[in-house]
Design a protein around this ligand. Structure first.
Ligand code: GUE
Length: 286
């Protein structure tokens, strides 16, 4: 079987066009969606992602600004900055680019963001609401993955979803989101013994481990839908996923590429959450 490739870039473009119209109508009602991105330090990968977010905002008519802070900033100064943004009524969404420098407690920073402005969906309130099936900001990468599966009418209900990776930003929440959509979910991670015995049972396989091309066809059940969340930069500067694309494409029914897969969808769901924040849905529902 040759897999159908799910082009995340194309789907992202399509969704952004739809959102553009929504932003126009919001502006007609006097609501101007605005995202503020906070970037600490000068990690080149972070800078590149942040540029992608700015470009996407521009495309959609969402205004955005970037607050760049030096690596030497103290935790207290960063928390003060977030407080200011919390109180600023023109700011609907706040995104603090991760990772943060070692001397800053990431969890503390995430918790400082008002849940109503938590467009990343990383705040414990957002996570708790997602876990209990309430209306909330869904974390962008899991939300993007769900949207990709739904765009191809890939059945989730009753299917076995296997997640490889248990990070707070991808692995754990994507499993929860698939569970909310009635999948049977198995979590695997670095200490899982005999990983293949699980992945070989997956109807839907989500790979988010951060090891280039580690998952080859021998890990795949014939006809599985495979989502590659890995972003690994090779020595020659090119990007590659966690999945061995060539071999897995021979066995899976659907496969997401890297680049042009989950990445552009992550950014698109951030835009969606920013529009949601601007509409204040989070305040009025659930
Ligand atoms: N608070 C926070 N929220 C995040 O959402 C967040 C973060 N911190 N830290 C880093 C990760 C990573 N991330 C990506 C977003 C887009 C692409 C993306 O668009 N990638 C393109 C390629 C871009 C390139 O060529 O470099 C693609 O896959 O086609 C990748 C990665 C968001 N993250």
């Amino acid at each position: 079987m040759a897999a159908e490739i799910i082009n995340g870039k194309e789907l992202a473009q399509q969704l952004r066009t739809e959102m553009k119209d929504e932003v126009v109508s919001l502006k007609n009602d006097g609501i101007h969606p605005h995202l503020t991105v906070v970037l600490v330090g000068d990690n080149p990968a972070s800078k590149s992602y942040v540029r992608g977010k700015e470009k996407a905002c521009l495309e959609t008519g969402i205004s955005s600004d970037l607050i760049e802070l030096p690596t030497t900033i103290t935790e207290e100064e960063l928390l003060n900055q977030i407080d200011q943004l919390n109180d600023d009524h023109s700011v609907h969404g706040i995104l603090v680019q991760l990772p943060l420098p070692e001397h800053i407690n990431e969890q503390k920073v995430i918790e400082a963001i008002r849940p109503e402005k938590d467009v990343d969906g990383f705040h414990p309130v957002s996570i708790g609401r997602m876990m209990t099936g309430m209306d909330t900001f869904l974390p962008c990468t899991p939300y993007g993955i769900l949207t990709m599966l739904q765009s191809k009418d890939i059945e989730i209900e009753g299917k076995h979803a296997v997640i490889v990776g248990r990070s707070n930003i991808v692995g754990k929440p994507v499993g929860q989101l698939l569970l909310n959509n009635h999948a049977t979910v198995t979590y695997c991670h670095s200490r899982t013994q005999n990983l293949k015995q699980y992945t070989n049972q997956a109807d839907i396989l989500i790979v988010a481990v951060g090891r280039a091309n580690g998952i080859d066809a021998s890990y795949i059940k014939e006809g599985a839908a495979v989502i590659d969340v890995g972003i690994n930069r090779l020595k020659d500067g090119s990007l590659t996923g966690d999945v061995d694309f060539e071999s897995v494409a021979q066995k899976a029914s659907y496969l997401t590429p890297v680049p042009k897969g989950v990445g552009p969808m992550t950014i698109t769901m951030l835009l969606k959450n920013t529009i949601k924040a601007a509409k204040g849905i989070e305040n009025s529902e659930g």
